[in-house]
Structure formats: C-alpha cells, structure tokens
Design a protein around this ligand. Structure first.
Ligand code: KIV
Length: 303
C-alpha cells in the first residue's frame, strides 16, 4: 500500500466546510439558516468568525461596492474577482456566487460555462440565478453539470425594470400562485436552495411548506427557513435608501467618517505620525548617512 497522503477527491468539500446536504437537515429540524452577502476576503473571514452558514457574493456588489445604479452592468470579471477574494477568507460557510445578468440568459450552454468559471476559477461552492420560466432549464443544466444552484424568485433585481421597479412581488392571488409554481419547478430542476425576495409573508410561508429544499427570505417574513441581508445594509455602510425589510445592526458609516476625519485632522496638524509609528536606524549608520549626505554635491539640508 502506498504511504502517499490521501488527497481529497476533486470537487470534495474543503476541510471544515459546511456540507451542502446539511442544509436539508437544518430545514427538517427547524434550525434557521443564516446567510449574508460579502465581497472581499476580510468580510468572508468575519462572516465565518461570526458563525454565518452561507455567504452570497451577490451582484448587489454592483451597487454597494462598485457604485453602479443597478445590478445589471456588473460583469463576470468583476464578480469572479470578488468571489475569489471571499473564498480566500471564508472557511466553514458555503460560498454562493451570483451569475451576473447576461451570463446565463442566452442558453443553457452559456449558463454552464459561466457556472464552471465561478466554481473552478473562484472557488465558489454554488451559483445563484434569478427567475422562474426559462431559468428553470438553466438551473437544470447547471445541476446536471455538477454545479449546485440556488434559485432566486420574487423581486429579481436583474429584471427589476421588467417588473416595474424595485417593488414587492406576488401580491395578487394569481401572481402568488405563479411564484409557487416557479418554486416547485426550480426544486424539481434540482436547486438546493431558494431565495425569496420581497414577497408577502403568507406566500413565502406557503412556498416554504411546499418545498423540501430550504428557502431563504429577504423581505419575505419570518416563515422562511433562513434569512439573508446585504452586508452594507446590515452594517449601515451604504448611503442609498435602504428597503423597508432591512434591519441595521450597526451604523458603521458614522464610525468610519469620524475615524477618517480624526486621521485627516492629525495629518494636517502633525499629530500623526508619532515617534512610535516610525522606524529608527542605528546611531553609527545615521552618522555615516549624514556624513555621506554632507560630502555629496549639491548638499541636501539635513533636518
Ligand atoms: O445580490 C444580492 O445581494 C442578492 C440578495 C439580495 C439576495 O441577490
């Protein structure tokens, strides 16, 4: 028998990683699943440290990190870079990457190519795609290619224009029933998780009861199997108008601005840096340095 250490099989979860299959058990036991977005290595690490179960590298990055007005313009390259950073920081949480608008709408093959890049090049465990209808086929194609898929229905920001803006969905019986049908179709296509955004609580509860896969709510009430919030909303960093479903757990904008103002003031007054922030050199080297400066022409003034 070979003494070579065993290497993990390709595609095996990294050591310490939450197994994706544990999410079903959490739903069955009624344990709430905690998800948050993150966009860089430190936030991935902090979410991990806080015991968060799932990290979404959301295309909300377009708005909260990259300064776009909507999620539509962000590109594969931008989200791949952010996802790579998050997967370097997060150990236990499963990292789910949003496929950006335009990277999966054209065909199943396009969706699979995009999904493979996020798993292979950026280390994501899964990808998220928005919508029902044609997205169901995309989800099935990704799952058949071995890529776990989180679906996202209700308010789908990538197609907010077609929905008439950023507003709650499924508020009529017909629209709510359509959401139930979409949810069941996405589960049948093999999705392991479903995000429900901005839908009435009664609709989210009915979908959660109808599915065996977990649901994660954002503006969908307390009847889901877990919740997700956007990092910048939760921590009070984003300047834009927060939707009503956001709860701010900190107001870091104020803390950050106060620290930056103090720094600027100290740089301008000369209070920073102090001696303890600077490097000294041995006395004999300093003397030799001054001698060297003095013998140089033109002579530099020594302070
Ligand atoms: O992009 C994102 O952050 C999302 C969440 C709001 C679910 O899709």
């Amino acid at each position: 028998m070979s003494s070579r250490p065993r290497t993990p099989a390709p595609n095996a979860p990294a050591p310490g990683k939450l197994p994706i299959t544990d999410l079903l058990g959490m739903k069955e036991r009624g344990e709430q699943i905690v998800m948050v977005t993150a966009y860089d290595a430190p936030s991935g690490r902090l979410a991990d440290e806080a015991g968060v179960d799932l990290i979404l590298v959301g295309d909300s990055a377009a708005m909260v990190v990259l300064g776009y007005d909507s999620t539509v313009p962000t590109t594969m390259d931008e989200l791949l870079m952010l996802t790579r950073a998050v997967t370097r920081g997060a150990r236990r949480p499963l990292v789910i990457a949003d496929l950006p608008f335009g990277s999966y709408q054209v065909s199943d093959a396009q969706a699979v190519e995009a999904g493979i890049r996020f798993v292979k090049e950026a280390g994501a465990e899964a990808v998220k795609i928005e919508g029902g209808g044609p997205t169901v086929d995309r989800a099935r194609a990704l799952v058949q290619a071995g890529i776990p898929v989180c679906a996202h229905i209700g308010l789908t920001p990538q197609t907010a224009t077609a929905l008439g803006g950023f507003k709650a969905q499924g508020r009529s019986a017909a629209k709510a029933l359509q959401l139930v049908e979409d949810a069941l179709a996405l589960e049948a296509a093999g999705c392991f998780l479903l995000v429900l955004e901005a839908v009435p609580e009664a609709v989210a509860r009915a979908i959660t009861a109808a599915l065996s896969i977990p649901t994660i709510g954002i503006g969908a009430g307390a009847g889901c199997d877990g919740q997700v919030l956007v990092w910048h909303d939760l921590l009070g960093i984003y300047d834009g108008q927060a939707p009503r479903f956001v709860k701010q757990y900190a107001q870091l904008s104020g803390t950050i601005v106060a620290a930056l103002e103090q720094y600027a003031g100290e740089v301008r007054s000369g209070a920073f840096p102090e001696a303890r922030h600077t490097y000294a050199m041995p006395d004999d080297e300093l003397a030799a340095f001054h001698d060297g400066l003095a013998s140089r022409a033109p002579v530099l003034p020594v302070r």
